[in-house]
Design a protein around this ligand. Structure first.
Ligand SMILES: C[S@@+](CC[C@H](N)C(=O)[O-])C[C@H]1O[C@@H](n2cnc3c(N)ncnc32)[C@H](O)[C@@H]1O
Length: 396
């Protein structure tokens, strides 16, 4: 905390600098946010920072309850009082007041008068199906990270590295891998698939930010005899739909775009995402890739679910299907910077540790992993928040 004259002058100078800050692009906006955060850190009493850290555990369960009561959704229609919310939800009015007070303090709701609440922009995002589903997923999986201290103590603080024998299995008392464990829970699978349709980049969609149409079309003659894009473990197909939107209709004809995932995902593709031009393949990515010679094989938010030994098998299966000089692999995942990783990335990294004994990888870890699978990186653009496209081809 800045206390002496020189330190306080430094803080005041940083505040003055903000007034000339550029907020026209996602990059510059992020830089301004980072400056604001650093100003807040300079002004905060460290005892209060410690108190906030100690009490941070209460946030998630409270938000999950508000989600169960559809509070965010109800507020998207207009402001409501605690009494109105209690009537609509049949929950206790005083309980509503306490939870809404908390949500207001966290900036997720706005109090516009005593016991009167209005949606904030964040409430609208929380009310939408991907976040609402994600909050329900979190209710069932929260106990994984609760078990982290006991698990690491028992395992002598070794870095978890197995999807089959780690914190997840310890927390749930199972020997099943996490996707497998939940596969029979239909509500969870549906919620998980809906959660995965969430947009994870700031501003434009990833397809725009990485200019993917030119990455597919430029520099080659497209071979219409083989599929154009195969989305491996593509969930319910939201990304393939985005890819299709960026390409001319003449080349995304029937059979050119292939969605692969386990049967439980393919069977759960909702009607609004179903595309009669897509090929839907129920495929286990740990078995040989059935589509040979496609222009693009993409794995988005998939390899971060798997420790290196499993991720390598997935990559080897893809590499075996690729055509040298034509096929490209796209990995969409975090690329952890050497310093100053964003909160979102570090949270995902620890979540992957807990759920799958897996990790978010840095540039060096991606390079080593791809190298082991006989692939080499040809481009690696990274968005300001650390979200990256790792574009690779066969190393031969
Ligand atoms: C984190 S989700 C990512 C989904 C999608 N690519 C996206 O970006 O939203 C991981 C996906 O891996 C799929 N998956 C898990 N194990 C798999 C396997 N053995 N073979 C194929 N897909 C698998 C899951 O069904 C799920 O759709």
């Amino acid at each position: 905390m800045a206390t002496n004259g020189t330190e306080l002058d430094g803080v005041m100078a940083a505040i003055a600098e903000l007034s000339t800050g550029d907020i026209s692009s996602p990059t510059s906006r992020l830089q301004v946010i980072q400056k604001c955060q650093s100003i807040i850190e300079s002004l905060q009493d460290p005892r209060m920072v410690a108190m906030e850290t100690l009490t941070s555990v209460v946030m998630y369960p409270c938000i999950a309850v508000l989600n169960r009561l559809d509070i965010f959704k109800r507020l998207t229609i207009g402001p409501l009082t605690a009494t109105e919310l209690a009537q609509q939800t049949e929950a206790d009015r005083w309980l509503i007041v306490r939870l809404m007070r908390a949500a207001t303090a966290w900036g997720l709701i706005k109090e516009i008068g005593p016991e009167t609440y209005q949606a904030t922009p964040a409430s609208f995002v929380l009310a939408a199906p991907p976040c609402a589903a994600g909050l329900r997923v979190g209710e069932k999986t929260h106990k994984i990270l609760d078990a982290l201290p006991a698990y690491l103590k028992e395992t002598n603080y070794q870095n978890p590295g197995s999807a089959h024998n780690g914190l997840f299995q310890y927390a749930f008392g199972t020997d099943k891998e996490s996707f497998d464990f939940f596969s029979s829970d239909k509500e969870h699978v549906q919620d998980f698939n809906t959660f995965m349709t969430i947009q994870r980049t700031q501003g434009q969609q990833w397809t725009e930010q990485f200019n993917i149409a030119s990455r597919i079309l430029d520099g080659v003659t497209i071979d219409p005899a083989v599929p154009l894009v195969v989305d491996i473990a593509g969930g319910v197909g939201q990304d393939l739909t985005l890819v299709k939107k960026t390409l001319p209709a003449t080349i995304t004809t029937t059979g050119q775009l292939v969605l692969e995932d386990l049967p439980r995902a393919i069977d759960g593709v909702p009607a609004d995402l179903h595309d009669p031009d897509f090929t839907y393949l129920r495929h286990d990515m740990f078995t040989p890739q059935p589509v040979n010679g496609a222009r693009i094989y993409m794995v988005k938010h998939v390899l971060h679910n798997w420790p290196d030994n499993d991720a390598l098998k997935v990559l080897q299966n893809i590499a075996a299907a690729m055509t040298p000089g034509y096929s490209k692999l796209w990995i969409l995942d975090s690329v952890v910077p050497d310093t100053g990783a964003e909160k979102k990335i570090v949270a995902l990294d620890i979540a992957m540790l807990g759920f799958h004994g897996a990790l978010e990888r840095n540039r060096e870890q991606w390079t080593t992993l791809l190298d082991a699978a006989g692939l080499r990186i040809i481009d690696l653009p990274v968005l300001p928040d650390g979200y990256g496209l790792i574009e690779a081809e066969l190393a031969v």
